[in-house]
Design a protein around this ligand. Structure first.
Ligand SMILES: [Zn+2]
Ligand SMILES: [Zn+2]
Length: 795
């Protein structure tokens, strides 16, 4: 052991661990506490970047720490290899998706192995393999049978660039999340999962989860529960009712006009009979291509009067029906009663079109000009008006959610085929379980073109009806990649099962995931879909739990030059450069030492240099200790250094456990190293301090730690027990003894709190500085204040 050669040390220990199957988890040991640690599986759309390094290092540190605490830890990995990210990467390269995806998987796997992340590679899964997606199809059939998957025509958000339908969650500020193109509206037959069936439970069960409050809030807002009333307005000319949803039934007397969203089913009917029919249809056409958020937030309100009127059920007032794009089909019923006196957007609209504004709630929050309800406080007014409407069959209390059913079929090639055939005689027919998987064929022209590419693959699309044997066509659309990621953590528990997606006992043993790790950007899509899946699978009796992720660690972004590292911005630093320059341990230490892992951090090369110095210093000091002291024959002594070591054990254990504060744990070990350096390698506690430093840094720098552990004469740190702090040594039980001569401070010493008065005086007399003032004169009196000072009175 001369100098620290990271490359050589890391290659050596990775071989040892591979040979020993150190990360392999077999049948679970039910006598141990289990811990299931899952970092979100990556899209293999390129190579790894430092954001991945952060996520997987956090997972690895927790895995190694918990294993050494005696837990049974499962830490698997896989690839989210179907879907838009992988397909878009392939299109860019002009390669078949299978080819570019499998090459990327290999490259990323190599990097992951070099990083020393202790994944159980025997459980590796990839979404694009038939052994995985056959179970997507199987689960789809189960959900279809249960009525939780269905098909209907619906307006969809369409990305004209990617030529694909997007889920609401994939549209940000009206733009496609993959390419940034403005999204447009389009009407299409779509496959949906009935996520709304669990809307309330998705809110309620957030309470029991160990997630940051802001993450829970994001989901709550996404699901968007509002309490209110559904009220029936009458359109006399059509002899029919139309329902509105309002959270403010107390303002019903202030409704002065009525608005339909351009997509409302009634609009076409009205347009057919309206004197404004041309203007109306032109307006609907323009609104359809606008972005929903833009429409809702537009400062300039636009709309067209239909020529029809709606009758307000409380006062028989006939109010004009407008079509306006500030009302969205996504919320409530797509129709509103407009109360311009008490709603900002209604007021702007009323002012633009010169419609009446009638105040019905006064400054004291009481109803005015509201017939028999006048004088009631608003809250009471709400209930009273809804009750009155209820008695007449014109309204009822109801709850509305912003959450929509999940539209999961895609007009793209690179995804799991949906196991459905269309027969002219039998209609929609599910593919029998025995005929699964419906394999995705390799095709030459897979590029998006508005309709599913598989539609034009005759050998795929033409088939026999499983029911009547007649000619039938397969569904040509494929599943959204979020279907793959909704249940992959179940497959990890039983990855080679060929009879079922997983054995219930195994899924139930390991789940829910004890520690889920990933970016905040997956909070509202992936993590809501996965929660929906668990509730649905539990209702189907396939699993014994309803929530997938008991605890969630949200990592921050890794920035370079102030902006998030991303391929599109061209500011990506990959781990390969770091691995070549510094090795895995320094790369791992650096990414976690930059700052709190939950917050955004700025990548710097100086940080890496600092961690290189730390690693070399650790190597040198521990090597010196290993060479100098023979061995610990009489057990570790109690002194300042041993106390520091015990305090460091306590701090790091708390940081990696309860606090999940990864940067401070590294700082604590650095401090211990400083103390060891000051005390010198001949300090009686030097060996204990060195062993402690090595043991505590192991989750971060497993290769270096293992090398040094061996140098100290031990074996297999990766399976050694995590050290326990001696509580009695955690207390700072020393004090500073002040020594005075005639009341003047002449020296100071650190003394144990237990020292006797004689020991204090002896220590004080031993000081050369004190002797210089005492020698010539006679000590007349010695004053001792225990725990504080010794004063010699001389002369
Ligand atoms: Zn796009
Ligand atoms: Zn048939």
């Amino acid at each position: 052991m001369d100098t620290y050669d990271a490359q050589q040390v890391e290659a050596k220990w990775q071989r040892v661990w591979d040979d020993a199957g150190a990360a392999h988890v077999g049948e679970p040991d039910p006598t141990k506490q289990k811990s299931y640690v899952v970092a979100m599986w990556p899209y293999p759309s390129g190579t790894l970047h430092m954001g991945h390094v952060l996520v997987y290092t956090v997972g690895d540190v927790l895995t190694r720490f918990r294993k050494r605490q005696g837990m049974e830890v499962l830490h698997p990995i896989g690839f989210d290899s179907f879907g838009l990210p992988a397909e878009n990467a392939a299109i860019k390269e002009g390669l078949p998706p299978r080819e570019s995806t499998e090459r990327n998987i290999k490259t990323i796997t190599d990097s992951m192995r070099r990083m020393g992340w202790a994944f159980d590679w025997s459980r590796l899964i990839s979404a694009h393999e038939p052994t995985y997606y056959v179970w997507n199809q199987w689960l789809f059939l189960k959900l279809y049978e249960a009525g939780l998957a269905y098909r209907k025509g619906a307006p969809v958000k369409w990305c004209p660039q990617d030529q694909v339908v997007l889920a609401n969650e994939q549209v940000h500020d009206g733009r496609c999340e993959y390419c940034g193109t403005e999204v447009i509206a389009k009407n299409l037959e779509q496959w949906f999962f009935r996520t709304t069936a669990y809307a309330q439970e998705l809110i309620d069960e957030l309470d029991g989860l160990h997630w940051a409050e802001r993450i829970k809030t994001m989901q709550r807002n996404w699901i968007g529960r509002s309490e209110g009333a559904e009220i029936q307005f009458r359109i006399e000319e059509l002899e029919r009712d139309v329902a509105v949803f309002t959270t403010r039934p107390d303002t019903l007397y202030g409704a002065t006009f009525f608005v339909l969203a351009p997509e409302h089913s009634l609009v076409e009917e009205l347009a057919g009979r309206s004197p404004n029919s041309e203007e109306l249809r032109a307006y609907v056409g323009r609104a359809a291509v606008k972005r929903g958020e833009e429409r809702a937030a537009a400062e300039e309100k636009t709309g067209v009067f239909t020529g029809f009127f709606a009758t307000n059920p409380v006062n028989e007032a006939r109010i004009p029906i407008w079509v306006a794009d500030y009302v969205l089909m996504d919320y409530g019923t797509g129709a509103i009663m407009a109360v311009p006196a008490h709603d900002e957007r209604d007021r702007e609209f009323a002012e633009t079109f010169d419609l009446p504004i009638v105040t019905v709630i006064d400054d004291n929050d009481k109803l005015v000009d509201s017939a028999q309800f006048t004088g009631l406080p608003a809250d009471e007014g709400k209930r009273a008006i809804v009750a009155w409407l209820g008695e007449r069959g014109r309204g009822r209390e109801t709850i509305s959610y912003r959450l929509r059913d999940w539209s999961f079929s895609r007009q793209r090639y690179w995804g799991s085929p949906i196991p459905i055939v269309y027969c002219e005689t039998c209609g929609v027919v599910p593919v029998p379980y025995d005929d699964l998987p419906v394999l995705l064929p390799d095709i030459d022209d897979y590029r998006p073109r508005g309709v599913a590419p598989l539609e034009s693959v005759e050998s795929f699309i033409n088939t026999e009806c499983p029911q009547c044997g007649g000619p039938a066509r397969r569904e040509g659309e494929t599943m959204d990649t979020f279907v793959d990621s909704s249940w992959y953590f179940l497959r990890y528990t039983d990855p080679h099962n060929t009879e079922a997606p997983f054995r219930k006992e195994l899924a139930d043993f390991w789940n829910p995931v004890d520690q889920y790790i990933g970016g905040v950007d997956h909070t509202t899509m992936h993590m809501i879909y996965a929660r929906f899946f668990m509730k649905a699978l539990n209702d189907l009796g396939l699993i014994g739990f309803r929530e997938p992720f008991a605890a969630f660690f949200t990592n921050g972004w890794v920035n370079l030059g102030g902006t998030k590292m991303s391929k599109s911005k061209g500011n990506v630093i990959g781990p390969e450069q770091m691995l070549d320059a510094y090795g895995a341990d320094v790369t791992r230490l650096n990414i976690l030492h930059l700052g709190p892992a939950t917050e955004d951090m700025e990548w710097t090369d100086e940080g890496a240099e600092g961690m290189v110095r730390f690693a070399r210093r650790l190597y040198r000091l521990v090597s010196e200790v290993a060479a100098s002291s023979s061995s610990e024959s009489d057990g570790p002594p109690v002194n300042e250094l041993s106390r520091k070591a015990h305090q460091t054990i306590a701090r790091v254990s708390d940081d990696l456990g309860r606090r999940q504060s990864f940067h401070t744990a590294i700082s604590a070990v650095i401090e211990l190293l400083n103390e060891l350096s000051r005390s010198g390698t001949d300090d009686p506690a030097a060996r204990f301090a060195a062993e402690t430093a090595v043991s505590l840094i192991q989750p971060y720098a497993p290769h270096l730690a293992e090398e040094l552990w061996q140098a100290l004469g031990h074996r297999k740190l990766w399976e050694s027990a995590w050290p326990a702090a001696d509580q009695s040594q955690l207390v700072e039980d020393t004090f500073e003894l002040v020594v005075q001569v005639n009341g003047k401070v002449r020296d100071r010493f650190t003394m144990p709190a237990s020292a006797s008065e004689e020991q204090l005086v002896a220590q004080a007399q031993s000081s050369p500085k004190v002797q210089a003032h005492v020698d010539a004169a006679e000590i007349r009196k010695t004053i001792v204040v225990p725990g504080r000072l010794v004063n010699f009175v001389v002369g």
